[in-house]
Design a protein around this ligand. Structure first.
Ligand code: ZN
Length: 185
């Protein structure tokens, strides 16, 4: 049980591009330790969810805190083993950010507006559930990690990337990355 070192883009990109393998044995003690490590690591981060490859373990395993829409209450951490999308709604363009790509955000990635999914829980029981809005975006983002896909790959416009920068009054503002050189000068 430990907070693990995150795998970062671009320096660890090769690791983030791997295809993760399904979890075969749920009774495994090593799996229990990995789930706890993922929870501890997510707890120490500002994110809503984390996928095992983000701590260098190529297993189809996610820990997520649903309830991310503004009008919702954040739920406790939920472990999703071998998650699969059963059905998905139409794409909606919206917000994305990634623990493995710190300080870079976008409002430009299309993701399903709702997802009906299946997964196994920590106790081995089947979870079938539907999530909408930001929770669907979070789940889709994490399943992407299991397939080696990053949100950068899904941008409609590759220049639609923003980073927080303090203005003269010390207020944080989101600045487009392509506009940064003008500000630094
Ligand atoms: Zn991510």
């Amino acid at each position: 049980m430990a907070v693990k070192q995150l795998v970062y883009y671009p320096q660890d990109e090769a690791k983030l591009r791997q295809l993760s393998k399904p979890v075969a044995n749920l009774k495994n003690r090593r799996l229990k330790r990995l789930i706890q490590d993922l929870k501890d690591t997510l707890e120490a981060q500002p994110g809503a969810a984390i996928a095992a490859p983000q701590i260098g373990e190529l297993k189809r395993l996610i820990v997520a805190k649903f309830g991310q829409d503004d009008d919702a209450d954040e739920e406790p951490m939920l472990t999703l083993i071998n998650p699969e999308i059963i059905e998905a709604g139409p794409l909606e363009t919206g917000f994305d950010g990634c623990l493995s790509i710190p300080d870079i955000y976008t409002w430009d990635t299309p993701r399903p507006s709702w997802i009906r999914f299946r997964a196994l829980g920590e106790d081995g029981g089947e979870i079938i559930r539907q999530v909408t809005g930001m929770d669907a975006r979070v789940l889709h983002h994490e399943i992407d990690h299991l397939d080696g896909i990053l949100f950068l790959d899904r941008l409609r416009d590759p220049d639609e990337l923003y980073t927080p920068v303090a203005d003269d009054d010390g207020n944080m503002k989101m600045i487009r990355l392509t506009d940064l050189p003008r500000i630094v000068r």
